[in-house]
Design a protein around this ligand. Structure first.
Ligand code: SF4
Length: 264
């Protein structure tokens, strides 16, 4: 495996980070490779350190010893067999979170059934045009619209510990993109119509045009008007979940990768 960071992380949604943090494992390589990715160093350029399953298992134990309230596997899809081997060597007694682009096959997800407790997928694009524009993936929604119901089927509706940490369930993330709010509205309606009632949604407004992106419309931040349009639609649909503060759109929240201090 190539891994770019294994460290406590406090900035996920409250039921993922809890109060003490999630132990975040950032894998190199992502199935989607969005043009605007804030983590281009690892998602596009695959920079990371080689890890064996034994090495990852030892790191998971260290995260648990540090008092983390969950473990998050972030864009781990390219390394599913190795991750499963690591968990056969050491399985922390913590909720295991699968944080991914949503661009997954059902076959891959079936390998994770009974192992992963919480799915944290993105749901990014509705139209083939937007999928192609942002990630050269016109079939994004075709894949994600099969993957997310499978995730919900495996986990059931959300369950929480007394401390408010999600112990089972699926939490869907949607990042609002500038100029593409019509996509957001369609995706939120699809969630309401398709996923089990009570599936929470995390509406994210942290978009910053990273990676030197020059695609027209994506080369700026989301306006307040765009954000309110999507937020109001989510509230009108009655979707439960989380709304991000405007201050989240700050480069200071991008983690540091591939430094000595990036690894516990
Ligand atoms: S899905 Fe997330 S991690 Fe992957 S390329 Fe897109 S923004 Fe980056």
């Amino acid at each position: 495996m190539l891994i770019a960071r294994i460290a406590p992380h406090l900035w996920e949604e409250p039921p993922i980070s809890g109060t003490r943090g999630t132990g975040a494992v950032f894998f190199s390589g992502c199935t989607l490779r969005c043009a605007y990715c804030q983590n281009g160093e690892i998602s596009h350029r695959n920079q990371g350190r080689p890890f064996t399953p034994r090495g990852l298992a030892d790191s998971l134990k260290r995260l648990e010893d540090l008092g983390m309230q969950s473990v998050s596997f972030i864009t781990g899809t390219p390394f599913v067999p190795q991750i499963l081997e690591a968990l056969s060597l050491y399985r922390p007694a913590l909720p295991l979170v699968w944080n991914s682009s949503g661009y997954e096959t059902v076959e891959t997800l079936r390998l994770l059934e009974g192992v992963i407790d919480v799915y944290l997928p993105d749901l990014k694009h509705f139209s083939p045009r937007a999928g192609a524009l942002c990630a050269k993936a016109p079939d994004y929604f075709e894949a994600a619209s099969r993957a997310l119901p499978e995730m919900c089927r495996q986990t059931g509706i959300p369950q929480y510990s007394p401390e408010g940490v999600m112990t089972r369930g699926t939490l869907v993330r949607h990042l609002i993109l500038p100029s593409l709010t019509a996509e957001s509205l369609k995706l939120l309606t699809w969630i309401r119509d398709t996923l089990p009632e009570g599936t929470p949604v995390s509406l994210m407004r942290q978009y910053i045009p990273y990676n030197g992106i020059a695609i027209r419309g994506l080369d700026r931040r989301v306006t307040g008007k765009e954000y309110r349009r999507v937020r109001d639609h989510m509230l009108a649909l009655g979707l439960p979940g989380y709304l991000q503060e405007p201050a989240a759109a700050d480069p200071c929240f991008v983690p540091l990768f591939n430094r000595d201090e990036s690894f516990v």
